[in-house]
Write a protein that binds this ligand. Structure first.
Ligand code: NAG
Ligand code: NAG
Ligand code: NAG
Length: 134
C-alpha cells in the first residue's frame, strides 16, 4: 500500500506537466491565449508533443489565425490579427463609428493601423476593398 501511494505521487507531477504543455500536430498558440501582446508564440513540435517558443519577425506580435483555427500568425501590433492582405486594400475597424481603419501595407502584406482626419468617420466602400472618410 505504501509503495502504491509513493508511485502515484511520483507520477502526478508528470501528468500535470503533460496537461499544461502537451500538444498534438502542427498547432500553435499565443502565450496565455492572448492576442496582440506577445512577440513570441508557442509552436507544437509534433514529435515531442511539447510546445516550443518561437519568435515573431521583428516588430510583430502573435494573433490567433482567424483563417486557420488552432494556429497563430504574427502581425503588426494593433492590426487586430486581421491577417495577410494584398495590394492597396483597406477596411474600417468600426465602420461608421470611429475613424480608425486598417490599411494594407503593400510591401509587408500586413495591415497597419491608420485613421481618418480628425472628426471624420470611416466607411467601407461599395466593393468592401477600400475605405472613405466622411
Ligand atoms: C505548420 O503550420 C504552419 C503555420 O500554420 C505552416 O506554415 C507550416 O507549413 C505547417 N507545417 C506542416 C509540416 O504542416
Ligand atoms: C505593390 O508592390 C508591388 C511590388 O513592389 C508594386 O509592383 C505595386 O505597384 C504595388 N502596389 C501598390 C498598390 O502600391
Ligand atoms: C474601393 O477602394 C479600393 C481601394 O482604394 C478601390 O480599388 C476600389 O475600386 C473601390 N471600390 C469602389 C466600388 O469604389
Amino acid at each position: 500500500m505504501v509503495r502504491i501511494i509513493a508511485t502515484l505521487l511520483a507520477f502526478a507531477p508528470i501528468f500535470a506537466m503533460a496537461n499544461q504543455q502537451g500538444c498534438t500536430g502542427n498547432t500553435s498558440m499565443c502565450p496565455n491565449s492572448q492576442d496582440g501582446v506577445s512577440s513570441t508564440y508557442l509552436q507544437c513540435n509534433s514529435w515531442t508533443q511539447q510546445y516550443v517558443t518561437m519568435s515573431c519577425p521583428s516588430g510583430q506580435v502573435c494573433y490567433a489565425n482567424p483563417n486557420s483555427p488552432g494556429t497563430v500568425m504574427c502581425g503588426l501590433p494593433n492590426t487586430g490579427g486581421q491577417g495577410k492582405c494584398t495590394g492597396n486594400t483597406a477596411k474600417c475597424t468600426a465602420p461608421g463609428q470611429t475613424g480608425a481603419y486598417l490599411q494594407c501595407e503593400n510591401w509587408s502584406g500586413q495591415y497597419v493601423s491608420a485613421s481618418c482626419p480628425a472628426g471624420l468617420k470611416c466607411y467601407n466602400n461599395d466593393s468592401n476593398t477600400g475605405v472613405y472618410c466622411n
